[in-house]
Ligand binder design. Sequence first.
Ligand SMILES: Cc1cc2nc3c(=O)[nH]c(=O)nc-3n(C[C@H](O)[C@H](O)[C@H](O)COP(=O)(O)OP(=O)(O)OC[C@H]3O[C@@H](n4cnc5c(N)ncnc54)[C@H](O)[C@@H]3O)c2cc1C
Length: 603
Amino acid sequence: MSYTKANTITRKFDVVIIGAGGSGMRAALELSRAGLSVASLSKVFPTRSHTVAAQGGVSASLGNMSEDNWHYHFYDTIKGSDWLGDQDAIEFMCREAPKVVVELEHFGMPFDRNPDGTIYQRPFGGHTANYGEKPVQRACAAADRTGHAMLHTLYQQNVKEKTNFFVEWMALDLIRDEDGDVVGVTALELETGDLYILQAKAVLLATGGAGRIFAASTNAFINTGDGLGMAARAGIPLQDMEFWQFHPTGVAGAGVLLTEGCRGEGAVLINSEGERFMERYAPTLKDLAPRDFVSRSMDQEIKEGRGCGPNKDYVYMKLDHLGADTIHKRLPSVYEIGVNFANVDITKEMIPVVPTIHYQMGGIPTNINGQVVIKKSEADYKVPVQGLYAVGECAAVSVHGANRLGTNSLLDLLVFGKSAGKHIVQTVRNQAEHKPLPADAAGRTLARLGRLQESKSGEYSQDIAQQIRTSMQQHAAVFRTQASMDEGVLKINAIREKVGSVTLKDKSKVWNTARMEALEVDNLIEVAQATMTSAAARQECRGAHTVYDYEHPADHHEFPLGRNDKEWLKHTLWYSQGNRLDYKPVNLKPLTVDTIPPKVRTF
Ligand SMILES: Cc1cc2nc3c(=O)[nH]c(=O)nc-3n(C[C@H](O)[C@H](O)[C@H](O)COP(=O)(O)OP(=O)(O)OC[C@H]3O[C@@H](n4cnc5c(N)ncnc54)[C@H](O)[C@@H]3O)c2cc1C
């Protein structure tokens, strides 16, 4: 069996969406409702996408339980992003939030309720009232299964609107024509092993995060950054990939997430001396400071010898004081995770936690309509690529900048899924014909498949993937050093050389998961190299990127953590071709309100 141009099957749609998580399904809904022909591809059944694992909530300044408005949310998000977020996109998201959440409620989302019938909202890290004064209740929640409820609600609406789902299909490469426009994608149907060209007037990437480039991750195994790999191979840069969020409370040793909603409900972090140490680091917000801040504080406690357990390598989260009733009502899954993954009954004992890789702030650069944008010149750095869109965790619009606030991702999926959907409807309706496919439409994909099919020796993809994960874990950690990052760059560059000669033992066609995993490694390496190269180049501390060497630079006393706005208040762009970096400005100008100027970040 071999893959050839002759046995590649071509099909035509108005729009192809890669990914059926929250963002892909929110966009699909707009398109199907407008009567377009949509193919929505997913590696797994839609409701198994990683969005299903989101626990804590979705943010919106509804003000149901404490005084709130979108201006506070806007301020918190910019400060949370360490000023790397684009203020126009952040304004757009925070203003739209109440609308898209109420819309979701009307779709049938089973939110928890207050006695007066309004949506229940809990506090979350970095979300405050009155510009940092005190925590606010902004996270709209369905117990600790908010993503589960949201994904099922969106799936049901899509079933109603007759969206075409292509389940257990893996998209492989973008097809660009000689103008650089995207005119379709190639994809494998896993059940048959057949290769397809899906021709489309627009392609939307909604492939989620790539947390699986790290060894210890809260992410699903399918989160291999396929959309990022596809974009990178097609010549599109990846933005701000040095910024990876460590969630403070992964179960030590297991990596499974315990939602920040725990601390939202009142849980606290405790060191080996029984001290609630966050009071020292963040006197106002304490355990509800943003994630980069809390993760660093935990790491610091561990480094200074106040970690818990035989190896002093974790801290405890304490929940028992919340009472068993609250825990069973508000945090039922967290209770189960405690029993199953740590053998701890959280209603009675403390649970061991460590910062764990959770979320990528960077991604494929887009504007607020979800259009993928590229840099043509110093003045022209937001030029849309015709026919290509990206939303959700794989995209960088950029609302999260250098550090995302909890619950702002589910919001991002709803807001930008919807706006991209609307923009695609308008564009596609005005385009009578599909643009023709280039002669070698499947060329790149056939070369990738052929290489695996003909391989006789070389390393196995799972071994290469493991090498990537171990290197990333070691060289792109919570605290980084220049020397360690430089070493990480060399290691990842060396692993990249080996990726080209991965061998595939099982060459059968039908349901070949080994082939799928080998193809995923092509994406892991793009994301890993983007991350290491971008990180080693950024000589400052900002958000989740903390480098010892730059913590207290002599000429930047105004920022105790070593943020260097003079030189580094800019977005990174990484290009796969030539492993090259470029930069573009951060947009500090909101749509209608005044700029929130950079200042010291304390909590
Ligand atoms: C454990 C956990 C808890 C979280 N809790 C919260 C929370 O409480 N609040 C919050 O705001 N955020 C939370 N987050 C973050 C948030 O859930 C994610 O960022 C978000 O759900 C990502 O959604 P998405 O639509 O971008 O992608 P996903 O939901 O990850 O979906 C990606 C889709 O792409 C498909 N796909 C990928 N590659 C391919 C390919 N090659 N071909 C075809 N299909 C492909 C997959 O099959 C899937 O359907 C949490 C994340 C985790 C991991």
